[in-house]
Design a protein around this ligand. Structure first.
Ligand code: HEC
Length: 104
């Protein structure tokens, strides 16, 4: 009985981890993908244009939310929306993990 509940607890923990934010986010993959963002948001997530936001050190959850909003049309910008269009959920998780890991 005790063994069974330990297994159930273990399973629960694994499921919770899998469903949590930043699920399997891969910073290295995010960095590779971020090459296409650098032209506007800067090499290190610091933009050099007054109208392009810095991304370095931004909260991971917020970045995920904004990228999905651009991709799904809830947020729209002629420059940024097309950039988000081709991103998968995994790409977004990876990019958000990468940019949030940078020094602001
Ligand atoms: C052609 C220039 C350009 C490129 C390339 C670009 N962006 Fe953007 N991005 C913008 C602009 C402009 C905004 C601000 C949009 C607005 O004013 O609503 C923005 C906004 C954002 C925001 C929201 C920031 C905030 O504080 O709300 C995120 C996140 C973001 N970009 C991520 C990315 C990622 C990730 C990539 C690469 C896949 C990328 N961008 C590529 C121009 C660009």
């Amino acid at each position: 009985m005790q063994k069974q509940s330990a297994i159930a607890l273990g399973l629960g923990a694994v499921l919770m981890l899998a469903a949590g934010p930043g699920m399997g986010a891969d910073v290295a993959a995010g960095k590779a993908k971020a090459a296409q963002c650098a032209a506007c948001h800067g090499q290190d997530g610091i933009s050099n244009n007054d109208m392009w936001p810095n991304l370095a050190g931004q909260k991971q959850g917020y970045l995920v939310k904004q990228l999905k909003a651009f991709r799904d049309g809830a947020r729209s910008n002629p420059q940024m929306s097309p950039m988000a269009q081709g991103l998968s959920d995994q790409d977004i998780e990876n990019l958000a993990a990468y940019f949030s890991s940078l020094e602001p």
